[in-house]
Design a protein around this ligand. Sequence first.
Ligand SMILES: [Zn+2]
Length: 477
Amino acid sequence: MTVATSYGIPVLEQLQAQSLNTANQSDAIKLKNIRPATNGLMLNMNANPQIRIQREDNPSRLILDLQNTSLAKELHQANLPINRFGVKQVRVAQFQNSPEITRLVFDLDSNDPNSKITWKSQYIAATNTLLLSPENQVAQAIPIDSNPTSPGPTPINPPSTISSHAVIERLSFSSTGQLLIFANQPFNYQTRLDRTSGIFNVIVANAKISSNLQRPSLTANSPIERIRLSQVGSSVEIAIKTIAGWQVRETQRFTNQQIQLQVSLNSNSPFPNNQNPLPNNNPSIPNPQNTGDRRRGVIFVDAGHGGNDPGAVGNGIQEKDVVLPISLKLGQALQSMGYTVYYTRTNDVEIDLEPRVAAAERINADVFVSVHANSLAPGNSGISGVETYHSRNSTIGRELASYVHSQIISGTGANDRSVRGAGFYVIAKTSMPAILVETGYVTNPTEARNLNSPDYQKRMADAIARGIDQFMRVRGR
Ligand SMILES: [Zn+2]
């Protein structure tokens, strides 16, 4: 019987250690006054705000959210009649307090073709004026409050177009592994996680996909399986599918022209985030020795059995329960040597053989090591010791097995039951150098006690790690 497969995959610290730095957000901007002008609307404010724009139908309106902007109290819920440019009136309100957002709602006359006009903004620092004007109008700001002795309006920032459509221009990964989505202008979006399919959807309203869309190539070991963009009506839908065990989450937004998504371990994965059995993965403590890159190589650690499959049983011990701590200790030892480590499982879950191999192939591991324990029929309880298996015809597998096996024998003092070729699925089907270590016999009372001892487990794990490290060094890694 099979339960849902899930791979315990290590935390890549750089994905988690991102700082949600808000310190560099600009100081609050204040909107002090707003009045109609011949060429649009003039807003008196001390700085140029970021503007998020959204066009809505029924009733037809344009919504402008001025980020980080507080509104003079007397203007809250003010109505400003316009009756030009297809705009009936503008309503003003303090939409949000933390962070502060001032909202302007342009109530449009949908019968007026001008209501389709694109608006643009221009900030004139010399007069503290933000001019909002229809695109086809000439921007000619004549602020009523201007000081006649001042040198006149000086555009400081190039005009930014506020159109009803954002163009999705680029998707890329940041150096810290976040997936970033860029558009040519501020936009609104919603996100939705479909838990059944594991697909994370970003729906950007009033948007188009650039014909020159740039997107990242997904490497074989990317936790993202695919990214699909589609135009659905006036929205762009971006569907992001992760491999099992991973998920996409939205992080705090820095600008309103960019979406920042974090790819991380699935919170529904077998181990709870706050009580994580994985070593060295406290997200708040970056581990310089496992930076997630492939410099020293990627080792796939496969703890045998799990869940409803106990594996070998003897002397009150189940194989699945002793190979897991050995595997976790092995991963820890390898990480401390600078290797990137992936696990098939980090707790007591059942996983088929096929997805174990598929996961190792997916991340393109340099070495696959499967950790098991053995048993014999009653009457053979005297037999103990370690066997290290490689795929029958694999020379490189046998080389890896030899390094690891001799380290185990010298490091643990276990009986040497030799390096052997075999056709076990996980070592036969993997394309990288692969071994399966039978770490001892649970049917032997002494060895069962050893396998159940944290000290012995650590000696076993350290020995396997040393053998893998020797193998990797000989191969120039
Ligand atoms: Zn086994």
